[in-house]
Design a protein. Structure first.
Length: 232
């Protein structure tokens, strides 16, 4: 059963988080803005899915409603100071779902330019010290993971902070924390590349946090099938 998972209060280290922070801080000051804003990237064309991916039903709910629910709860509990979602122009269906949880839609005028263009558009709309970036096609994203990443940033453990899921330990996952000092790097990206392309695991300022489970992308209709199966 998928319910968005996680806790609704917190916000200290979870018992399953290992002391496995990799990386070295490069710039933190006492004066930095300590607010974290949420950013959901939802403007992709979904060509591999065949279109309308974010509205595809999963356990009776649109796929995009899962990350929206998690981010909306993070906003409601004060983990996030603001919440924006980058959408394709005139995508009123996703915009309506976003507004229902308190997320402000931001249109990407050129979604065909890939995820990097949505990241630039979204970051330009934020006013915070860091961004929690979520992908709209990851319905297993969990509130407890978001909370631990945000806590790690407040504890100054990294500038780019990513989860390392037990199901895919060789592949850093999402959501990610981007310190504001890194936002200009988005201008160097093209296509579907993210900041991780420029700052891989092991680079200065990058922290990986071990978490249980997984958070797979849904790229094709076949990717939905395992998620539709009931869990114990």
């Amino acid at each position: 059963m998928i319910d968005g998972g996680g806790q609704t209060g917190y916000w200290g280290p979870q018992p399953w988080v290992k002391s496995a922070y990799e990386g070295t801080l490069t710039s933190f000051t006492d004066e930095v803005d300590r607010r974290v804003a949420g950013l959901i990237l939802a403007a992709g064309g979904a060509q591999r899915f065949g279109g309308a991916k974010l509205l595809a039903p999963l356990h009776g709910r649109p796929l995009v409603s899962y990350p929206l629910d998690v981010a909306g709860r993070a906003r409601a509990t004060g983990l996030l100071s603001d919440l924006r979602i980058v959408i394709s122009p005139a995508d009123e269906a996703v915009a309506g779902l976003a507004r229902a949880v308190g997320a402000a839609p931001v249109a990407n005028p050129s979604p065909e330019r890939g995820l990097s263009s949505s990241l630039r558009v979204g970051l330009a709309a934020l006013d915070a010290g860091a961004a929690l970036v979520l992908l709209a096609d990851q319905p297993l994203v969990r509130l407890d993971v978001a909370a631990v990443l945000i806590a790690a940033w407040h504890e100054r453990l990294g500038l780019l902070i990513r989860p390392r899921y037990a199901d895919h330990p060789d592949e850093p996952g999402h959501p990610v924390i981007l310190d504001r000092s890194l936002w200009p790097l988005a201008n160097q990206l093209e296509g579907d590349a993210g900041i991780g392309r420029l700052l891989p695991a092991g680079a200065p300022g990058v922290a990986l946090i071990d978490v249980p489970g997984g958070n797979p992308d849904v790229d094709t209709p076949a990717d939905l099938h395992p998620l539709e199966e009931p869990t114990a």
